[in-house]
Design a protein around this ligand. Sequence first.
Ligand SMILES: Cc1cc2nc3c(=O)[nH]c(=O)nc-3n(C[C@H](O)[C@H](O)[C@H](O)COP(=O)(O)OP(=O)(O)OC[C@H]3O[C@@H](n4cnc5c(N)ncnc54)[C@H](O)[C@@H]3O)c2cc1C
Length: 412
Amino acid sequence: MNKRKVVILGGGVGGIVTANHLAEILPKEIEIILIEKNKIHSFAASYLWLMVNKRRMQQITSQLRELVSNRVNILFEEIKLIDAQNKTVTTEKSNINFDYLVIALGASLYKTHLDKHQSGIHTFFTFQGSIELNKALQNFKGGNVSIVVSSLPYKCPGAPYEGAMLIKDFLSKKLKNNFTVNLYSPEPQPLPVAGPELGNSVKEILNKKGIGFHPLEQMTSINYTERKVEFASGNSVSYDLLVIIPSHKTPDVITNSGLVDESGWIAVNKDTLETKYENVFAIGDVTSITVPGRWQPDKPMKLPKAGVFAHSQAISVSKIIASRILGKESKELFCADGFCMLEAGEDLAGFAYGDFYASPHPDVKMKQLGKLWHWGKVLFEKWWLSPYGLKKSFYKTLLEAGGKSLRIPINL
Ligand SMILES: Cc1cc2nc3c(=O)[nH]c(=O)nc-3n(C[C@H](O)[C@H](O)[C@H](O)COP(=O)(O)OP(=O)(O)OC[C@H]3O[C@@H](n4cnc5c(N)ncnc54)[C@H](O)[C@@H]3O)c2cc1C
């Protein structure tokens, strides 16, 4: 056991789970450092509820320190440089060397269009954006709401569809019929990686709710004065309220790290999440993973950027790192089973689940809308934002009550 320091970059979903899981399985003498620029963590899946008055700000945020094991040293600093070859990370204040590195820095959003609230442009893809959009929805007097996915890829493939349904539900309660909700996306169908059957189910739900869906529409520009969005197809749409899913990119510190491939994201081994540098791993939204199967021969697909994968990748990588440190053989492989509770308004949600590494194409199914899936999402939110100490004692009590054979589908 000659390697002693694990450094985790980014204290979002992937970073928190990696830190806590390693804290549980590594001997105490191994140092675990987590570096994150923000002291407050917000739960992104709940931005949708924040937007439609179903949550207050304090209900979806927590001090990061409370969510992470005391065994982990957290540095609240901005990372400026990653030198994977020489195994060092530079922040605004320190130079830190590492033996093992886990990069979980997520995706950044282009800010273009996002300071244009006065022109009726909003987003629910950020915490602050959801607060502003909530105000705009409360003051909305009627007209056209257009939800536009500005480019691919974006995180959480279900989010624009959930957003559209929640906005429709919210406005229906206050405005009756003098408004429309339309969604425009460059995708050929909702959640394309999940295949045509699932896409058709989502289209059917949108249709029943009276939401227009416009596939294969790539936004090219916004005319702020005329309040009009132009698309590459030559089509355009006038809006009274425009909700943008902003373009995503790797954080700047990654762009110059030598870790990105031609896709602009970090290429990793799809089973071990290791980058081209030994003992340097990347997980979550910052990665680009080609899914083995495909729906159409000429169209390779990527694993969606989603918290559920950041979470399970964090557990796989923790196990691999622990095995290497302890000098044991590791059989751990990331398996890409994933699920998503698709919020549909009226406290209902669909449940999509499956194996994204299946061949000849991902095998993903969807259960009908039900209250159960909605409450499952609510429970997960409460669990995620609970202090680490509470989660740990709850987990231990369950294990003791059920015995070691009880398989609890949660991981610290
Ligand atoms: C509206 C919305 C709804 C969603 N709903 C779902 C859902 O229902 N299910 C699901 O699975 N996923 C959902 N997601 C997606 C999910 O939130 C992300 O996929 C997940 O957070 C990715 O985890 P990550 O660890 O890769 O990145 P993140 O959680 O984004 O964490 C990255 C961290 O790195 C930090 N960081 C970045 N750069 C630096 C730097 N230079 N220095 C220091 N720190 C830095 C950031 O501050 C951040 O804390 C949703 C996303 C949105 C926006």
